[in-house]
Design a protein around this ligand. Structure first.
Ligand code: CUA
Length: 268
């Protein structure tokens, strides 16, 4: 279905087309309902006007038309729910790809920033401990004594991703409820303290391609916090850079190198 008329942000994920389709059908059905109910309302205003019915009619409507239209509305809503919404939910929320086939990124929200962590070449996230948290130097409380933490790469408000690879974001929060929303990926998920919530998607348009496509040389994918989380909510945004697999690997190798150097520096 063509969904340009919805005015959505440009699409940049493999599953997003399904979401746009659902949005398109919902708008069409709701437009039909709006016109139908609006027309019915106008009809009753005129048909049952005071000059024609000076006395109330206690028998009411005798025609079965309204019953049939109610049934039709219920059927359409059931189709939207069973035919579209439930299958999308089942595929998007229940069927995570295996972690071995995906890039796993930990994203931890806090007032008012996004802490991003990659496991590094060993594929293991180092241990974290709440007592090690330092808001300036160690916002995630990563334990430097854990060998698995030595190559963990962290960034603040910068999420780098390879295009055309399954991404699993493990979403967490340090304080209140935030929401991880990237409109172009058609992804939005609340981050809830005490939970680690997986979100998965495959971005299929690099930032450079999107700049060409939109004609906007400054284009950036943004993580917008989509849940009112405090006074700084408005400025809680991060940036997503989608790169080719090779460019992403170059970036990652550089970050791992910096991290290993920092980890071996006794004066840090
Ligand atoms: Cu975090 Cu709004």
């Amino acid at each position: 279905m063509m969904t340009n008329w919805l005015g959505l942000p440009p699409l940049a994920s493999t599953h997003g087309g399904q979401i746009d389709n659902l949005l398109g059908w919902i708008h069409i059905f709701m437009l039909i309902l709006f016109v139908g109910w609006g027309g019915f309302f106008l009809y009753t205003l005129i048909r049952f006007r005071k000059s024609r019915h000076p006395v109330a009619n206690y028998a009411g409507v005798a025609s079965p038309a309204s019953k049939y239209s109610e049934i039709a509305v219920a059927v359409i809503e059931a189709i939207l729910l069973v035919g579209f919404a439930i299958p999308i939910w089942a595929a998007r929320v229940d069927r995570l790809p295996p972690e071995s086939e995906a890039l796993v990124v930990q994203v931890t929200a806090e007032q008012f920033a996004w802490n991003v962590r990659y496991a590094g070449p060993d594929g293991k996230f180092g241990r974290t401990d709440i007592t090690l948290i330092d808001s300036q130097t160690n916002p995630l409380g990563i334990d430097p004594a854990d060998p698995a933490s030595k190559d963990d790469v962290t960034t603040l408000n910068q999420l780098y991703l390879p295009a055309n690879k399954q991404i699993i974001v493990k979403l967490r929060s340090k304080d209140v409820i935030h929401s991880f929303g990237v409109p172009e990926f058609r992804v939005k998920q609340d981050a809830i303290p005490g939970y680690t919530i997986p979100v998965y998607f495959t971005a299929d348009v690099t930032t450079d391609e999107m700049r060409t496509r939109t004609g906007n040389a400054e284009f950036q994918y943004e993580i917008a916090c989509a849940q009112l989380c405090g006074l700084g909510h408005y400025r809680m945004r991060g940036f997503v850079t989608v790169q080719s697999a090779a460019d992403f690997q170059t970036w990652m190798d550089q970050k791992v190198k910096e991290q290993l150097e920092a980890a071996s520096n006794p004066f840090r």
